[in-house]
Design a protein around this ligand. Structure first.
Ligand code: PMP
Length: 388
């Protein structure tokens, strides 16, 4: 056995002993409200495809047309020869959607967050990060080599104190708008005010808000009318937009700097043009078909009301609902029993969530029928899942 294999076996055994080893499980169907997995047909409550656009005919048709025109790969980073007119069209479409001066694409949300933060701040600067921010923002902060100040979740008073007490050349605040594992929403208006009062720039991650929140589906900044007061608004193409990739809506100057300095942008092969065309079509659907978002919200409200009837805490604030069970084994056991009832919902365990808060994370979609939502609620009732 090689040395690396010995290390791996030792670590895998340790993970297994704590119920934290993970396994892959391939789908044998498109993404959607009902999927085929392991020979079973299950109602899917673990996908971030909030509007059901991953399988939408118009989005697929746009991707196929671009595939025919541009081929599969882009052959190089955008700065070399991987840039296509499809990338520029999508950036212009997203800039109109986000009402932003400029938009720059990234290959994923992970690449965006790990690239943007180090491009803006470094040694001598300070970055202030919510304790429950997504791992990609956490890693972006670490990579920046700026001083990282983690403030307690959604605690604007603590953030304000930290901003006042931390000497730094530049100050940048980073926060998710919808928190990915809890589905709650950042107190964004207060955060904007704290940043303005203390001379800090603000970057938000709208990954779970794009397509879900706001009258036009542009996210929490749009819902609260704060677009012009947030320096950088990052969104993903991989969730409600049904594809892959990410973008940042910002000023021309910031976008120009990122082109020269954000390492995942500079050093990684460009997103395939077919994915750009798919995302452009998806934005058209998000803006042009508000009924889709209305269907999502009908499902969100129904599910939240059902959880409350089961005695569980639930706020209808996003498409994400955690059912917190505590130890990993409890969450795994509940997921297994729900699956026997036809419901696919994955157990989320540390390090994705803090120790002692392993959970089932339900994601609602506009593509779920009322019957699907009721199936999940009924299965929870029969399995006897309740808080604590
Ligand atoms: N930010 C948040 C809040 C997320 O939940 C995720 C993905 N789970 C990402 C960023 C990363 O996005 P992507 O999957 O496109 O890399």
């Amino acid at each position: 056995m090689s040395l690396a294999s010995a290390w791996a076996r030792e670590d895998l055994d340790a993970l297994s002993a704590r119920g934290l080893r993970r396994y892959l499980e391939p789908l044998d169907s498109p993404q959607g409200p009902v999927v085929r997995v392991g020979g079973e047909t299950l109602v899917n409550f673990s996908s971030n495809d909030y509007l059901g656009l991953a399988g939408s005919p118009s989005v697929r048709a746009a991707a196929i047309a671009a595939l025919e025109r541009y081929g599969t790969g882009t052959g190089a980073s955008r700065l070399v020869v991987g840039d296509t007119t499809a990338h520029h069209r999508l950036e212009a479409r997203l800039a109109a959607f986000e009402r932003a001066e400029a938009v720059l694409l990234f290959n994923s949300g992970y690449a965006a967050n790990t690239g943007i933060v180090p491009a803006l701040v470094g040694p001598g600067d300070a970055v202030f990060s919510d304790a429950l921010n997504h791992a990609s923002l956490v890693d972006g902060c670490r990579l920046s080599r700026a001083r990282v100040v983690v403030y307690p979740h959604a605690d604007v008073e603590a953030l304000t104190r930290a901003l006042a007490d931390t000497p730094a050349r530049r100050k940048l605040v980073v926060t998710d708008t919808v928190f990915s594992m809890d589905g709650d929403v950042a107190p964004l208006r207060e955060i904007v005010e704290a940043c303005e009062a203390h001379g800090a720039a603000l970057m938000v991650d709208e990954a779970h808000a794009t397509g879900v929140l706001g009258a036009r589906g542009a996210g929490l900044c749009e819902e609260l009318g704060l677009e012009a007061r947030v320096d950088l608004r990052m969104g993903t193409l991989s969730k409600a937009l049904g594809g892959m990739g990410a973008y940042v809506a910002t000023s021309r100057a910031v976008a120009d700097l990122l082109v020269s300095r954000a390492r995942p942008f500079v050093f990684s092969t460009a997103l395939p043009a077919a994915l750009c065309a798919a995302a452009e079509a998806a934005v058209d659907v998000v803006e042009g078909d508000p009924d889709l978002r209305a269907r999502l919200w009908r499902n969100i409200r129904r599910f939240a009301a059902g959880l409350r009837e089961l005695g569980l805490h639930a706020e209808a604030r996003s498409a994400v609902f955690p059912v917190i069970l505590g130890e990993p084994g409890r969450a795994l056991d509940a997921a297994r029993r729900l699956r026997e009832a036809g419901v696919l919902v994955k157990a989320i365990r540390p390090p994705t969530v803090p120790e002692g808060t392993s959970r089932l994370r339900f994601c609602l979609s506009a593509a779920h029928t009322v019957g699907h939502v009721d199936l999940a609620l009924d299965a929870l009732r029969r399995v006897g899942v309740h808080h604590g």
